[in-house]
Design a protein. Structure first.
Length: 152
């Protein structure tokens, strides 16, 4: 699992800058992105800037998305990795951001709805039967690279 997390964190580091124009290209924004839950019952406005910065360091990522062929794979981390594979997705972009609907194979109703803020770094997940959850896009530290040792 650590290897998977490292791979996802590395991939997310490449996409750490987003502007509202890129929301029109939501698949690129969401693909290989890593997110952290701000906590049940908490609102983004109630967090201090210091708390937001600490969350963005993504010490324990909560969720990640990756495009695989025509499908979307959502990985959720709650002690163990759980994956959901969505057969398709559609999106609508407005001045408030982008709403992405994920569909399971053979279902007409969306299985999950994501509301991505215009800034591209806040996501609200709505899954039928659960409370909405707010996530921040992670800005994980770049993996440490070791310097080559001089030969003796």
């Amino acid at each position: 699992m650590r290897t998977l997390l490292l791979a996802l964190v590395t991939a997310a580091a490449v996409q750490n800058q987003t502007n509202s124009a890129s929301l029109a290209n939501w698949p690129r924004l969401l693909n290989r992105s890593v997110w952290i839950d701000i906590g049940l019952g908490r609102t983004l406005n109630a967090l201090t800037p210091k708390q937001v910065l600490e969350l963005r360091k993504c010490h324990e990522p909560t969720m990640a998305f990756q495009r695989s062929g025509g499908a979307w794979v959502q990985s959720f981390y709650a002690g163990i990795e759980m994956r959901t594979i969505y057969a398709s997705a559609t999106a609508e972009t407005s001045s408030a951001g982008t709403t992405v609907l994920f569909y399971m194979a053979g279902n007409r109703e969306p299985a999950e709805t994501l509301h991505i803020a215009q800034s591209g770094d806040v996501l609200v997940e709505q899954t039928r039967g659960f409370r909405p959850r707010t996530f921040l896009k992670c800005d994980p530290p770049k993996p440490a690279t070791s310097k080559p040792r001089p030969r003796r």
